[in-house]
Design a binder for this molecule. Structure first.
Ligand code: NAD
Ligand code: ZN
Ligand code: ZN
Length: 393
């Protein structure tokens, strides 16, 4: 089959590789009909995530048709499914609490050591996202093996096109959980850093959860425009001092909740960001959390910090004093996708949530390397790329 493979920093290629097969009785194989490139994939593309190997198949946002099932899969051949990017067993202590991204059994035993060492416990597996998260082949491919297929995939009713439901795999539940983690109360003002797919779904979700005002921050005009369409007020961090503007807009109080949907590759010419960049490029540091620091400083006293954004390692200059003195709370984590799927699918069917606004480009899987380059270099125009195997025939 054809698949998008990683070969190093800014080097991804479409190669011919072996077809996947059933390994465990709970597996299924799906034929991918749509798959997307995610902001998280850019962290791999930029070489920030350790334990990648040349030839790894990327992609964790995908859906398709079930073509093969193991003896204990509950799926049937021919069903259309969307697959969560988190691989979880459904029956461990954490899955029992619906904390699927904390699953104890998502990682094969010999892939658990790094997370155990780095984070204290192993995490759930993730598709196409390094050997630290299981070394699972991803879904930017013609076919993919889905472990625990009796737990993860959600069956899509006939008549709903891929573009409407594909983002159930990751960014829609991630934006939703980001807003939920902000503990929004009616009348709240919520500030969202980053108007990528996650930030834009967080904006939409925050309004649905009762926020009175949402202030969206980025520097790409087209992304800010999309946030505005959902009713957000917008700030461009290249043109405005964000802290001053937020204070002015909230009568000197600060936003009730702040959402960091930027992550470990914060942009901007700020002193702390430049220092982080130097440290990251000389292997003295890992993450560049400028937006996160700014969000904490701007948040009102007693406010809430929600952090869907991905961080991988260790940070310094993190304003722990402000965090404590202001009495803030923080909620974060890889998304517990499986928990949110039924409710969000229903919201899409009922027309309460729109997902298609996000798609700026559709490409054939064969064009995926160009897609990565564009999504990386032209973020203003490329808000989301959906790859479809066989699109160009
Ligand atoms: N928790 C999860 O399970 C989960 C799931 C999916 C994605 N993520 C993470 O969420 C983050 C966002 O994902 P995405 O797909 O929207 O990525 P993206 O790269 O498309 O968007 C990030 C946006 O942040 C903006 N930005 C950069 N620096 C900024 C700053 N200083 N202030 C304000 N905005 C700034 C960028 O211009 C960009 O538009 C990433 O870190 C991604 O890895 C987490
Ligand atoms: Zn993703
Ligand atoms: Zn589990």
């Amino acid at each position: 089959m054809r698949a998008l493979t990683w070969h190093g920093k800014h080097d991804v290629r479409v190669d011919t590789v072996d077809d996947p097969g059933i390994v465990n009785p709970r597996d299924c194989i799906i034929k991918v009909t749509s798959t997307a490139i995610c902001g998280s994939d850019l962290h791999l593309y930029d070489g920030y995530i350790p334990t990648m190997k040349a030839g790894d198949i990327l992609g964790h946002e995908f859906m398709g048709e079930v073509v093969e099932v193991g003896a204990k899969s509950t799926l049937k051949k021919g069903q259309r499914v969307v697959v969560p990017f988190t691989i979880a067993c459904g029956s461990c202590y954490h899955c029992g609490k619906h904390q699927y991204s904390a699953c104890d059994n998502g990682l094969p035993a010999d892939n658990q050591d790094i997370a155990q060492e780095l984070y204290g416990q192993p995490m759930a597996g993730l598709f196409g996202y390094s050997h630290m998260t299981g070394g699972y082949a991803g879904g930017q491919a013609e076919y993919v093996r889905v472990p625990f297929s009796d737990v993860g995939p959600i069956v899509i009713p006939d008549g709903i096109e891929d573009d409407k439901v594909l983002f159930l795999s990751d960014i829609l539940p991630t934006g939703w959980m980001a807003a939920e983690n902000a503990d929004i109360e009616p009348g709240d003002t919520v500030a969202v850093w980053g108007c990528g797919p996650v930030g834009l779904f967080a904006v939409q979700s925050a309004f649905l959860m009762g926020a009175e005002r949402v202030i969206a921050i980025d520097h790409f005009p087209r992304r800010l425009e999309l946030a505005k369409k959902f009713g957000a007020e917008t700030l461009n961090f290249e043109q405005t001092d964000i802290y001053d503007a937020l204070m002015l807009m909230t009568g000197g109080i600060g936003p009730d909740a702040v959402i960091d949907s930027v992550g470990l590759e914060s942009h901007g010419l700020y002193v702390d960001n430049v220092v982080d960049q130097i440290k990251a490029s000389t292997f003295l540091g890992t993450d560049r959390p400028h937006a996160n620091r700014q969000a904490i400083i701007a948040c009102r006293k007693g406010g809430r910090v929600s952090m869907p954004a991905v961080y991988g390692g260790f940070v310094d200059k993190w304003p722990l004093g402000a965090f404590m003195e202001k009495g803030l709370t923080l909620k974060t984590g890889q998304t517990h996708v499986q928990h949110y799927l039924p409710g969000l699918l229903q919201a899409i069917i009922d027309g309460k949530i729109d997902t298609t606004f996000l798609i700026s480009h559709r490409m054939d899987l064969e064009e995926a390397p160009l897609g990565y380059q564009k999504f990386h270099d032209e973020q203003n125009d490329y808000t989301k790329i959906v790859l479809k195997p066989g699109l160009n025939g």
